[in-house]
Design a protein around this ligand. Structure first.
Ligand code: FMN
Length: 234
């Protein structure tokens, strides 16, 4: 039997654009953030960072970076979800440290993290090796199934995919807690990056406004594409 609690969270999650001023309890936020940390990520490298904006001056500038959208202005909590595409080495080392602490590693696991991950993530100075890696993969793929060895742009896409899964998990967890959210990619990426002091290899994936909906919070009824446009069996 399906778990009805899961489907209730999925079905009642809506994008909320007008929030009550009531604060979000810290334990609700913490549980939801910890749920988001469980999201799947490419090679388990967890390239995300949730920045909970508390400082009122930073918050004001973040609202402006979000183009003063209503959800940003009204939400009691605003979070910048950051994608880091250059934390792979640190995170890979942490994975190895944890695995090694648990006892002998499987050789395939050790080889994957020690040898294959650096090949995937190394793109050389200015990313110049990337197009070459991609071209080699494409050529080899003509002869046998080959993974994309990844240019810098491919790595960026990969990191954003994983981060968006963490966002989805976070929003569903909030819903299970009785809270709402609005994901926002309508923001000024350059100002947002400067505001958060992000390094070159980091970008804001999206902002997340969090709180409880007002009765005007959901702007319109759900609109879904026809099922046959989005589900195909081959
Ligand atoms: C990646 C992403 C970016 C979005 N950006 C914005 C945004 O900047 N402003 C906004 O009001 N809604 C934004 N939305 C919300 C979508 O408009 C909303 O999810 C969609 O209309 C479906 O509505 P629902 O979430 O209530 O099912 C965004 C959603 C996603 C997934």
């Amino acid at each position: 039997m399906p778990d009805p609690a899961f489907y209730t969270a999925v079905e009642t999650r809506r994008t909320v654009r007008d929030f009550l001023p009531d604060p979000v309890p810290q334990e609700v936020l913490d549980r939801s953030l910890d749920a988001a940390r469980l999201a799947a990520s490419s090679s388990n490298l967890q390239p995300w960072e949730f920045v909970v904006i508390r400082d009122p001056r930073v918050r004001q500038a973040a609202n402006a970076a979000c183009l003063d959208q209503l959800p940003a202005k009204t939400a009691p909590v605003l979070i910048a979800l950051v994608t880091h595409r250059e934390t792979w080495r640190r995170n890979r080392d942490e994975i190895l440290r944890i695995f090694e602490g648990r006892g002998p590693m499987r050789p395939s696991q050790a080889a994957y993290y020690r040898k294959i991950i650096p090949v995937i993530y190394t793109t050389g100075p200015f990313g110049l090796l990337g197009p070459l890696k991609r071209a080699v993969s494409r050529l080899a793929s003509l002869f046998r199934p080959t993974p994309n060895l990844m240019s810098r742009a491919d790595i960026r896409v990969m990191a954003h995919k994983s981060t968006a899964l963490a966002a989805a998990t976070f929003m569903l967890a909030l819903r299970a807690e009785g809270y709402d959210s609005c994901p926002m990619e309508g923001f000024d990426p350059w100002r947002a990056k400067a505001l958060l002091g992000l390094s070159r290899g980091a970008e804001v994936n999206m902002f997340l406004a969090v709180g409880k909906r007002t009765d005007k919070g959901v702007w319109w009824d759900r609109v879904l594409m026809p099922r046959e446009w989005v589900v195909r069996e081959l």
